[in-house]
Design a protein around this ligand. Sequence first.
Ligand code: SF4
Length: 227
Amino acid sequence: MKISEIFHSIQGEGSLVGVPSVFVRTSGCNLRCVWCDTPYTSWNPEGVEMALSEIVSAVEAYQCGHVVLTGGEPMIAPQTAALTELFHERGWHITIETAGTVHHAVQCDLMSISPKLENSTPHERDGGRWAIMHERLRYQPEVLKKLTGNYEYQLKFVLSSPGDLGEVRKMQEAIGAPAHRVLLMPEGVTRALMAERGVWLAEICKQHGYRFSPRLHIDIWGDKRGV
Ligand code: SF4
C-alpha cells in the first residue's frame, strides 16, 4: 500500500478535535482540489510501498487508541478494507477521512466525509486539464447516501466564501443529513486567513445549526507536514 506518512498528532478537525490520534496517510487521490493542502498525495503523489503488517507495527508503536486513515483518498487504495480489519482486530477507534466519492465495505467507527464544493475545481491550474475529471467525480450523491447510511458519519465542508452555502444546503438536502451532522470549516492554510473567514462562517453556523470546525493543527503548527 502506498503510504505518504504515518505520524502521531491530535485530531485537528471535526467532532473528535483534540483527540490524540495516529494518522496513516495514503498516497493517491481521484480528485485534484485547487486548494489541496496535501498535494504530495494528489497533484504530486509521493510515498513508499508498505506491507499491511508494517503499517500496523508503525501505528502500534505509538500506543494510541485512535487511528485516522486519511489521504489523498484512502477509499481508492485496494488494501484499505484489509487494513481496517487489522486495525479493528486491535480494538482501535478508526476514523476514515474521505471525499465521499467511493464506497467499499470497511471497518470504520467514524466516516468523516468531506464532499468537495465547486470552489475546489482547478479551472486554471495546469492549464485546467484536471477540471473536467474533477467536476465529474467530486459530487456522488448515491455514494454519499450509502456512506452515511452504512456508517457513523460526519459531513465536513470547506467554504471559501459565504456564497458556498447554497451548495452545502443542496448537498445536505440530497443526502438527507440532519444539520447536527454537518461541520463547516474555513478554507485556508494560514491562521490569518482562517481567522478572517471564521467570522462569517460562525454566523452561518449560528443561522443554520451547523457546527463550526476549527483546523487546530494549523492553529498550533501552521501549514506543516506530519502534524
Ligand atoms: S480530495 Fe483531499 S487529497 Fe484529494 S485533492 Fe482534494 S483535498 Fe487533496
